[in-house]
Design a protein around this ligand. Structure first.
Ligand SMILES: Nc1ncnc2c1ncn2[C@@H]1O[C@H](COP(=O)(O)OP(=O)(O)OP(=O)(O)O)[C@@H](O)[C@H]1O
Length: 430
């Protein structure tokens, strides 16, 4: 496992600074220096969380389906469970709602304990008393009721005047005022989804749960609807958890995304942190595009087909230049390096080239599939006015200063981190 040797910092800087690069790549590099704080953003649980789940275990018969799930959300944050089919996302959501019995764990919402199965404590609050709202995959609207009456459904104890005002407010929020008297069947899928959202939000739930709310909609519509749902949740300061297997949807809507794999929450972090600082090779491959290429440790840096990778620290020196330290693995350790498409810059002036073996048109960009001289594949996003056919060679400049490397034996990630920053600052002060 990795441990940093901070006493090496000054010495390392002088012996292992990366070589100079092309002017174009240098400009890219400067533009990227604004990224560190976001990349290193922490997404760990907070003591003062509005909503928290600790060590939740849920199973059916002999099978554990949710295994030790822990997470937290601040008030108004939107969380999301993302993962392949069958990994336990819906079961986790239903357990939070109180619809599935739990075998272990503690769930709290606004400092109130909803579930506690810990030692001899065995307590579970009934679903209806949890103050949660739910939007289901099929919306579960009442077909015989109008849109307005569907929205009013959960407001049983409200006075008639309050109910009327709240329904009006919700109709405006989801932009369906003119459809108030229609039946759900007279609406489009996206409009029905907004009715379901308005109905769930009307009673002002403490936590809103959404189970694959966009799965019945056209793929093209999903991302824009996810953004508009995010906007509605943010305007109403609603804390919410969503389940999806679509990462574009997760990234469009959520503040925190939890990647689930075989019942475990592998990483719970902001979309940006998941993309740039995946904790394992599984998350790296699951989230976003990119390739894991081979590397081997040599004197604290990683030798790869793209060149040597120097471990960059999060602080700049007094001259605003980056500082470097060692990857602290023994010489010869085999490493996997995550190379994202934005880590490879296309530059016709570069002497380093790669063979175009595939490409996908993305409007503003092409995603190029490039073969390196040793046969390994990487990807690059290149502005679409650079039209390089398959079979041609293009100049590339690898910008590998922010990459994550994985120790092949442990498949754990080593990145540049907050720890580097604080220790380097301390070293600077000395
Ligand atoms: N009521 C049940 N009884 C027994 N097993 C169940 C039950 N519900 C779900 N499972 C199993 O639990 C596992 C997790 O199911 P779950 O629905 O939570 O997954 P998911 O990640 O939401 O999948 P999907 O994206 O396909 O909805 C699956 O293997 C599933 O077959």
């Amino acid at each position: 496992m990795y441990t940093e040797r901070f006493d090496d910092i000054t010495k390392q800087k002088s012996v292992s600074s990366p070589p100079a690069t092309t002017p174009k790549a240098q400009a890219e590099k400067e533009a990227r220096t604004s990224m560190p704080s976001e990349r290193a953003g922490s997404a760990t649980a907070s003591d003062a969380a509005y909503f928290s789940v600790q060590d939740l275990v849920v199973g059916y018969d002999d099978t554990i389906v949710v295994d030790g799930l822990s997470l937290s959300l601040q008030q108004g944050e939107i969380g999301c469970f993302l993962g392949y089919s069958g990994c336990g996302k819906t079961t986790a959501l239903r357990a939070i709602a109180g619809l599935e019995p739990t075998r272990q764990g503690v769930i709290t919402l606004r400092n109130k304990c909803l579930t506690e199965q810990k030692g001899k404590r065995n307590f579970s609050l009934a679903p209806a008393k949890r103050g949660m709202g739910m939007v289901f995959q099929d919306y579960a609207l009442f077909g015989h009721l109008s849109v307005a009456k569907n929205i009013a459904f959960g407001l049983g104890r409200w006075s008639a005047a309050d109910k009327k005002a709240r329904v009006k407010e919700m109709l405006e929020l989801v932009e369906l005022t003119e459809h108030a008297d229609k039946r759900p069947a007279e609406l489009s899928g996206g409009q029905q989804q907004r009715v379901a959202l308005a109905r769930a939000l009307a009673p002002k739930p403490k936590l809103l749960l959404l189970d694959e709310p966009f799965s019945n909609l056209d793929v093209v519509l999903r991302e824009s609807l996810a953004m508009s749902v995010r906007d509605i949740l943010k305007r109403t300061e609603t804390t919410a958890i969503l389940v999806t297997h679509d990462q574009n949807e997760a990234f469009a809507i959520a503040d925190k995304v939890g990647v689930m794999h075989e019942g475990k929450l592998v990483q719970w972090a902001s979309p940006s942190t998941l993309y740039h600082e995946p904790v394992s090779a599984f998350v790296a491959e699951f989230v976003g595009e990119g390739a894991l290429i081979d590397g081997v440790i040599h004197e604290g840096r990683v030798a790869t087909a793209l060149g040597d990778i120097y471990r960059r620290m999060e602080v700049l020196d007094a001259d605003n230049q980056p500082q470097y330290c060692r990857y602290d693995y023994p010489n010869g350790t085999r490493i996997k390096v995550l190379v994202r498409p934005d880590d490879i810059i296309h530059d016709d002036d570069s002497t380093q080239t790669a063979l175009v073996v595939g490409r996908v048109f993305r409007g503003a960009n092409y995603l190029y599939r490039l073969q390196l001289d040793d046969g390994q594949i990487v990807f690059a996003l290149v502005a679409s006015h650079h039209n390089h056919p398959i079979g041609s060679r293009i100049g590339i400049v690898p910008m590998l200063e922010h990459v994550v490397v994985f120790d092949e034996a442990n498949i754990n990630a080593t990145t540049w981190s907050e720890q580097d920053k604080s220790s380097a600052l301390a070293a600077q002060k000395q």
